[in-house]
Design a protein around this ligand. Structure first.
Ligand SMILES: *Cc1c(COP(=O)(O)O)cnc(C)c1O
Length: 386
C-alpha cells in the first residue's frame, strides 16, 4: 500500500464515528454488551475487539493497522515505551539457559535488559561487533535463540547487513529482532529482509514532537498474538488512547518532517566535515562513512542524528562548546522538531547507570526542523569559542 494512503486513511472507518475526519480518542477502559452471549463472544476476541483497553482500544487499533502496514508486517502492538516493546520482544523468545547475540552498542536500556535484568533469569548474551557477519557466525552457540540488531545504532551508527544476518539466522532457526528507530519504516523495512520482529521507540520520529513516550513492535500475526497473550497482557506496559492519538497525528507529517530533517542534516554535515576544529563526524549517509555502500543498499537516505568529535582532549573546552550552543538544546532523545545535543561528557560520572566506552570530546547532535543557516551559524559561533 502507498505510504500516504496508509498515513492518511488506512484503518479510519469514519462512518463508525459520525464521519469525523480526525479519529476519536476512545477514552474508555472497558466496553459493554447487550447480552451475556455477546459478551462471551467478544471476550474470545479480546485482543482484536473492544472489550477491555489493556487488550484492545479502538484508537490504538487504528494506529496498529498503520504501523503494521508501514513496516510490511501483518500486525503490530503499541507499548508505553520503546523499552517496553523491546523487553516484550526479547522475553517472548528466550527462557532460562538460552543465549542471545546482540550488537555491541545497542540502546543503553537494551544492554541493561540483556546483560543485567535477563542475566538474573539465566539468559546469557554475547555482545559483538555487528559490522561483519562472520562475528555473528562465531558468536552463535547451540542454545542461541535470538539475534538482536540495531541498524544503525543511535550513537555511533554502525550498520549490520540485514540480508546476510537474516540468511545466517534462518539457516540456524534463530529469531531476529531489529530496533529500527533510527530509520523509521519510511527509510528501512527490515521485514523485507526477513527480520522477524521490528521494534521502535515511537517517542522519536514516529510521534515527532517531543511530547510523549511510546514504543512499537511489528511482526507476523502469529507472533503478535503470542506476545499479546503473554508479555503484553501480563506486564501491561500499554499506551493510553491519548498518546496513541498523538502518534496518529504525528504520523500525518512524518514524510515531510523526515525530508526536511535530511535536507538540513546534509547542510550541517557539510559544514562540520569541513571545519578545522572538528576531528571527525559520523553519519551513515556521509560519503566518508566506510559503510556508505551498505547504507545505500538497505536504507533510503535518512538524517537527523550525527556524532561529532571535537579536536580537543580538554573537557573544559567541550563544555564551553556545548554551553555556547543556543539552538541545539542540551537534552536526551531525538526525532522531534527541535535540534538537540547529547554530550558524552555527561556520562562520564562514576555513578552513571550508562557505562560508556566513548571519549568526552564526543557529542551526538540531532538536527531538527530549524532553518539550517540558523544551526550552522550557531555551531560556528560555539566552535569559535574553543
Ligand atoms: C529512545 C530509544 C529507545 C527506547 O525508547 P523509549 O521510548 O525511550 O523507551 C530504544 N531504541 C532506540 C534506538 C532509541 O533511540
Amino acid at each position: 500500500m502507498e505510504i500516504s494512503d496508509i498515513i492518511n486513511h488506512l484503518g479510519e472507518n469514519r462512518e463508525e464515528y459520525y464521519n469525523s475526519v480526525s479519529p476519536p480518542i476512545m477514552q474508555s477502559s472497558n466496553f459493554c454488551f447487550k447480552t451475556v452471549d455477546k459478551m462471551r463472544q467478544c471476550l474470545q476476541k479480546e485482543f482484536e475487539h473492544p472489550f477491555y483497553s489493556r487488550g484492545y482500544n479502538p484508537t490504538v487499533g487504528i494506529l496498529r493497522k498503520k504501523l503494521a502496514a508501514l513496516e510490511h508486517t501483518e500486525d503490530s502492538l503499541v507499548f508505553a515505551s520503546g523499552s517496553a516493546a523491546i523487553a516484550a520482544a526479547v522475553m517472548n523468545e528466550v527462557q532460562q539457559g538460552d543465549h542471545v547475540v546482540c550488537i555491541k552498542s545497542p540502546y543503553s536500556w537494551t544492554n541493561y535488559l540483556l546483560n543485567t535484568l535477563l542475566a538474573k533469569y539465566g539468559v546469557t548474551t554475547a555482545m559483538i561487533d555487528g559490522t561483519k557477519v562472520e562475528n555473528f557466525e562465531a558468536a552463535i552457540q547451540e542454545n542461541t535463540k535470538l539475534i538482536f540488531l540495531e541498524t544503525p545504532n543511535s550513537m555511533t551508527f554502525e550498520l549490520q547487513d540485514l540480508e546476510a544476518v537474516t540468511k545466517l539466522a534462518k539457516s540456524k532457526n534463530i529469531t531476529t529482532v531489529c530496533d529500527n528507530s533510527y530509520s523509521t519504516p519510511l527509510c528501512q523495512n527490515p521485514a523485507d529482509y526477513g527480520i522477524d520482529i521490528i521494534v521502535h521507540s515511537a517517542s522519536k520520529y514516529l510521534s515527532g514532537h517531543s511530547d510523549l513516550v511510546a514504543g512499537v513492535l511489528c511482526a507476523s500475526k502469529k507472533r503478535v498474538e503470542n506476545i499479546m497473550a503473554n508479555e503484553f497482557m501480563t506486564l501491561g506496559g500499554i499506551i493510553g488512547p491519548f498518546e496513541a492519538w498523538l502518534i496518529l497525528r504525528g504520523l500525518r507529517t512524518l514524510p515531510v518532517r523526515l525530508k526536511t530533517v535530511l535536507e538540513n542534516s546534509m547542510k550541517v554535515l557539510e559544514f562540520l566535515e569541513n571545519h578545522p576544529k572538528i576531528e571527525k563526524v559520523i553519519f551513515p549517509f556521509s560519503k566518508k562513512n566506510p559503510q556508505y555502500e551498505l547504507a545505500k543498499k538497505q536504507m533510503k537516505p535518512c538524517g537527523g542524528l550525527m556524532t561529532i568529535y571535537l579536536k580537543t582532549d580538554d573537557i573544559k573546552k567541550v563544555e564551553t562548546f556545548s554551553n555556547s550552543l543556543n539552538y541545539f538544546l542540551l537534552a536526551c532523545s531525538w526525532g522531534g522538531y527541535e535540534s538537540l545535543q547529547f554530550p558524552i561528557a555527561t556520562l562520564h560520572d562514576s555513578k552513571s547507570y550508562h557505562k560508556t566506552p566513548h571519549p568526552a570530546n564526543m557529542i551526538r547532535l540531532y538536527v531538527g526542523l530549524e532553518d539550517p543557516s540558523l544551526l550552522i551559524n550557531d555551531l560556528s559561533q560555539a566552535l569559535e569559542k574553543i
